[in-house]
Write a protein that binds this ligand. Structure first.
Ligand code: MG
Length: 270
């Protein structure tokens, strides 16, 4: 995970709320590095323990997020993909097609820039941007710290767009109901077997950009076969955020998956 890829060291994460004022605050994540030479095995053991401690802490915060969502009748989804698969474009079209029928808010994760939050706001939804700096994933604490500022309406959908990365986000539960993986036909159709953890961790895969299929060498059947070889349960929908192909099915999936969000707290009528 991140101690391996090096993204998690002393990362400062900045964020800004809808009003546009950005503020930065740093987190010391206390990644101690034993770079003692000649103690390779000790170091490896320490890294494993450190990873487990980070993930255990993350899981506890994720449970707190889940409780918060349950209490408000909010359904949260974690969108993951490699960079450029079209997560933001999928969200923009989703927001426009839902057209206010369900309140929707977005937490945008990127290493830098406000660009995606600005796109989401232009599409008509509330958005906060989290910049992870050198970090390659969102963690549960980052999500927790944005929840106050988002002031989620009861019954909302919360879409969390993770940092574009098919590796580390697979390990970090954010308190979501499900991870939704966005794949695209401009990537290799062997992605599922190269990055099996992410495909295993995801409930649904949206295969985006299918409008480009006539122009690319991408074998949909083989891609789906690879995806099911690592996760037999994964659902697959072929979509295009550009021309709207498959959005009826995607919006139906979202409604079905979030339909029970009021049930745990009857005081919020649906
Ligand atoms: Mg994006």
């Amino acid at each position: 995970m991140c101690t391996t890829c090096g993204c998690g060291h002393d990362h400062a994460h900045g964020h800004s709320h809808e009003g546009g004022h950005a503020h930065e605050h740093g987190h010391e994540h206390g990644h101690g590095h034993g770079h003692g030479h000649g103690h390779g095995e000790d170091d490896a053991g320490r890294v494993v323990l450190l990873e487990r401690a980070i993930l255990d802490k993350n899981d506890r915060v994720a449970e707190r997020n889940r409780g918060f969502f349950r209490g408000r009748g909010v359904a949260a989804f974690n969108l993951v993909s490699s960079p450029g698969a079209g997560k933001t474009a999928v969200l923009e079209r989703t927001i426009r097609e839902l057209d206010g029928q369900i309140p929707i808010a977005v937490i945008e994760g990127d290493q830098a820039t406000e660009n995606d939050a600005a796109r989401i706001r232009a599409a008509g939804a509330r958005a906060v941007q989290v910049n992870t700096g050198t970090g390659c994933h969102l963690d549960a604490e980052m999500v927790w710290s944005e929840l106050d500022g988002l002031d989620l309406a009861p019954g909302s959908l919360l879409m969390i767009e993770n940092v574009g990365n098919l590796v580390c986000p697979a390990l970090f539960d954010l308190g979501e109901r499900a991870k939704v993986l966005v794949g695209s036909v401009t990537e290799g159709d062997d992605k599922p077997i190269k990055y099996p953890h992410m495909f295993r961790a995801s409930r649904l895969m949206l295969l985006n950009k299918v409008d480009l299929l006539p122009h690319v060498d991408f074998d949909v059947a083989r891609f789906v076969e690879h995806a099911r070889s690592v996760n037999p349960e994964i659902e697959v929908l072929e979509i295009s955020a550009r021309d709207g192909t498959g959005f009826d099915a995607w919006l139906r999936w979202l409604r079905d998956e979030s339909a029970d969000r009021f049930e745990t707290n009857p005081s919020y009528g649906g």
